[in-house]
Design a binder for this molecule. Structure first.
Ligand SMILES: Nc1ncnc2c1ncn2[C@@H]1O[C@H](COP(=O)(O)OP(=O)(O)OP(=O)(O)O)[C@@H](O)[C@H]1O
Length: 220
């Protein structure tokens, strides 16, 4: 099975993915931040580095897509036997859809990516899409601007402190558009302004309850 977490910068995807993975015994597919050769440069000069960074993320996300396909193929050939591993579930920290529909689109619309670069990017994305399957459950972490700011500050990555409210706000708006038109499969929306699953076990229990109920209706 494939679960995905979607949401803006600082929404808390990585934390939730780790908590769920340890609770359910799922495997996490992380986003490439450490060792990303463009991210810090991108935040200090978006027009110069937007295309490079988008290609980097698209490629790393496509690697995850291939990994998910491999796991699903292995699951299909799996016959449960005593003493063997059960079917694997993978949880993905951000999806390939967001790279194109939110980040690349935002850069193009705001003038930080040229039309020819955006067209090239979009054509590459469209080619990749023929191999992409939607997740069995998409979990959207909805957060207000102040909440995102607070978490970005708390995390303290130096290069993210210069992110403007305008950039974050534009991304939030595109996230809302993406979610309101998302029809590819089951969707769970969590309001993270009201939930602190990292600090409060009762909040985490609430998240687990909602996930269980969605997963039960998926497998029913
Ligand atoms: N396609 C993209 N274009 C531009 N920036 C991206 C893209 N994908 C990811 N990023 C940026 O890379 C970094 C990823 O960091 P990280 O994996 O911690 O995720 P995050 O978005 O901050 O999530 P969270 O706090 O919810 O775990 C962030 O600065 C994020 O916005």
């Amino acid at each position: 099975m494939h679960i995905a977490i979607t949401g803006n910068i600082g929404a808390g995807k990585t934390t939730l993915a780790e908590q769920l993975a340890s609770y359910y015994g799922w495997e996490v597919l992380y986003e490439a931040v450490e060792g990303n050769p463009y991210l810090a440069d991108f935040y200090s000069d978006m027009p110069r580095w937007s295309f490079n960074l988008q290609i980097y993320f698209l490629n790393s996300r496509f690697l995850q897509v291939k990994r998910i396909i491999d796991i699903q193929v292995a699951n299909q050939h799996h016959t449960p036997q005593a003493g063997t591993a059960s079917r694997r579930t993978v949880i993905q920290d951000r999806t390939i859809y967001e790279d194109a529909a939110i980040f690349a689109r935002n850069l193009y619309v705001s003038g930080d990516m040229s039309e020819r670069d955006y067209n090239t990017y979009s054509q590459l994305f469209a080619n990749m899409m023929s191999l992409v399957h939607p997740p069995d459950l998409m979990i959207y972490l909805r957060a207000s601007l102040p909440k995102l700011r607070e978490q970005i500050k708390k995390r303290g990555r130096l290069f993210e402190q210069s992110i403007s409210d305008e950039y974050l706000g534009n991304l939030n708006q595109l996230y809302e558009e993406f979610i309101s038109s998302y029809t590819l499969g089951p969707l769970l929306i969590l309001d993270v302004d009201q939930l602190d699953y990292a600090k409060h076990p009762a909040d985490f229990d609430l998240v687990v309850e909602q996930i269980n109920s969605r997963l039960n209706s998926v497998s029913a």
